[in-house]
Design a binder for this molecule. Structure first.
Ligand SMILES: [Mg+2]
Length: 305
């Protein structure tokens, strides 16, 4: 891969620019250098816990320059997607955090009041609901990572799903890289809904003897990587973007590299997040990165700047 053909670098965030609340060493300086050399910069993240405004504030706190329109998140993209498929749903049920709800409200949706307005209320139990009522009716269930998930919230989401709602998942990330290891990601949490709403395999053994005896109820649409919807949306919003001149930088083979390959982008793996060098060297097909660097701090040198 020649490193001279790019005009835009798109970065994943978690595990690439920061881990938890800690920026990757040298990330801010590297991004400044890349911008100063004339490259356009965008960020595409599966993380739906924060709105674009909240992510912008976080990057700014870390000393990383960015603007809101450079940030594409699965929360914002989910709001855009729902607007396309169901412009006027009477209500949405959200299993997710304030950032996701804010993006949906920003797109003009009424978000179900159950578990709102703040995270305090999310710790509610069934006793807070009117007698005989378990959850609000909703036409669309939207799931993102919810680090305040409770049994009551999962039960309400399951109710909505079993009532025939469409399920739009912001992403199915199994894990989320943090300073001290990995935590369950959005997929790691919402898979309980897929299992609870699933069907027993015909001819299989008893459902409870193994997870694999249930055919999961898959989401109707997954917004996040490795699906290419967020890039499609970015290109729709900025017609000047040319895929052939994009380098995508990510930390996961299964999410980022396969996303880049599926979207026709050049791909770079950095080793500051989930994937290891050994895994990358063994990877084949759409999981194989075009290039590997220790961290984003090494990117300016690789670009020859
Ligand atoms: Mg990542």
């Amino acid at each position: 891969m020649t490193n001279r053909k790019f005009s835009r670098i798109i970065f994943d965030l978690d595990g690439v620019i920061y881990r938890g609340h800690t920026p990757i060493n040298g990330a801010g300086a590297a991004l400044s250098k890349i911008r100063a050399a004339g490259y356009s910069v965008s960020f595409i993240t599966n993380n739906a816990t924060r709105s674009r405004s909240q992510l912008l504030a976080r990057l700014t706190r870390m000393g990383i320059k960015a603007s809101k329109d450079e940030i594409m998140t699965s929360a914002y993209a989910a709001a855009c997607y729902v607007k396309k498929i169901q412009p006027k749903p009477h209500s949405l049920y959200v299993l997710g955090e304030q950032g996701l709800r804010n993006e949906l409200r920003g797109a003009g949706f009424v978000v179900s009041p159950f578990c709102l307005p703040g995270e305090q209320e999310c710790a509610t139990t069934f006793s807070h609901l009117p007698h005989g009522e378990r959850s609000p009716s909703a036409q669309v269930l939207i799931t993102g990572l919810d680090r305040h998930v409770t049994y009551a919230k999962l039960a309400a989401a399951l109710d909505v799903l079993l009532s025939g709602a469409k399920w739009v998942a912001c992403n199915l990330d199994p894990t989320l890289p943090m300073e001290n290891g990995v935590h369950p990601g959005s997929g790691g949490v919402s898979v309980s809904l897929a299992y609870a709403a699933g069907k027993v395999k015909s001819g299989g053994r008893a459902a409870g003897s193994s997870f694999s005896n249930i055919v999961l109820r898959e989401p109707d649409f997954v917004v996040g990587k490795p699906n290419t919807y967020m890039l499609d949306l970015l290109c729709e919003e900025d017609k000047s973007i040319k895929r052939s001149s994009i380098l995508f930088v990510g930390d996961r083979l299964d999410m980022d590299i396969s996303f880049a390959k599926s979207a026709g982008l050049s791909s770079m793996l950095v080793l500051s997040g989930v994937a290891t060098k050994e895994e990358a060297k063994k990877a084949k097909g759409i999981l194989r990165p075009d290039a590997i660097l220790p961290t984003v701090a090494d990117l300016p040198k690789w670009l020859g700047i």
